[in-house]
Ligand binder design. Structure first.
Ligand code: 16G
Length: 245
């Protein structure tokens, strides 16, 4: 944004050029979803433009929906991810959820292997002391946008080899006749640490949702214990409530 380097004579009004410059920054990911813009006064100093020009550019970007202005706390880069309405009462998989919405789901592998279970896995999956677990950690994307990080642990009786999972875990379970029919899910709020935020392509400290799911077969056997971090700006979780009788 240094003065002179990008302002072109004949490139239109200065505020229009600054608006273009800032919107390029958003497109190129230099300014990330949820990050705050420097204060007007600072942008004016760096660019050597007047505060009036800077204010005009920012107002235009807000009108474009590219940034959000918040009274008292400045301007933020808006999230370009439309929110996913996710039912809290249906036991579906990420792949199914995305394909039902006409989106292309994919995964980037973070971890895949067979391990000795942690005390928590032993407890939640009701494992015997000598059992082992398959762990699969994935960054889940929809139309190439990162949505969630999911780390699933399954008893090796259920998933003997994590390499069997190429795209959908639930497909693999379905084929083995081990598709869960019931799950318990716990949701809590988190602020994303630097590493998680980097994977999800948001600012460190941005809001996320930590979701834990334990899934069961008809006979009550636990098949999956998954800890996930979902982008806080990408989801609306929806449940229908009924009057308690
Ligand atoms: C969902 C589940 C996850 C499951 C995954 C399987 C949550 C909140 N949701 O994302 O537990 O492992 O679907 O998806 O944990 P896949 O069949 O596409 O691999």
């Amino acid at each position: 944004l240094e003065p002179g380097k990008w302002l072109r004579a004949g490139g239109g009004p200065r505020y229009v050029q600054l608006r273009q410059r800032l919107s390029d920054g958003v497109d190129q990911g230099v300014l990330r979803a949820g990050s705050s813009l420097p204060p007007e006064r600072e942008i004016a100093t760096i660019t050597d433009l007047s505060r009036v020009t800077v204010r005009k550019a920012i107002r235009a970007l807000a009108e474009d929906g590219l940034i959000v202005q918040r009274q008292g706390s400045g301007s933020f880069v808006a999230s370009d991810i439309p929110r996913i309405e996710q039912s809290l009462s249906r036991l579906t998989s990420f792949s199914e959820d995305m394909s039902r919405r006409g989106m292309v789901s994919s995964s980037i592998w973070l971890e895949r292997g067979v391990f000795m279970p942690s005390p928590e896995e032993i407890l939640v999956l009701a494992l015997s002391r000598d059992a082992s677990v398959s762990r699969i950690g994935r960054l889940r994307t929809a139309d190439d946008k990162p949505m969630a990080i999911e780390r699933a642990s399954l008893p090796t009786d259920v998933l003997p080899n994590p390499l069997l999972v190429e795209t959908s875990l639930y497909d693999v379970l379905e084929h083995a006749g081990l598709r869960p029919v019931r799950a318990l899910q716990k949701i809590s709020a988190v602020n994303l640490d630097e590493e998680t935020a980097g994977l999800l392509e948001v600012e460190p400290g941005a809001a996320g949702l930590r979701i834990e799911r334990t899934s069961y077969l008809v006979d009550g056997r636990a098949v999956e214990f998954t800890r996930s971090i979902y982008r806080g700006d990408a989801y609306n979780f929806v449940a229908e409530l009924q009057l308690a009788k």
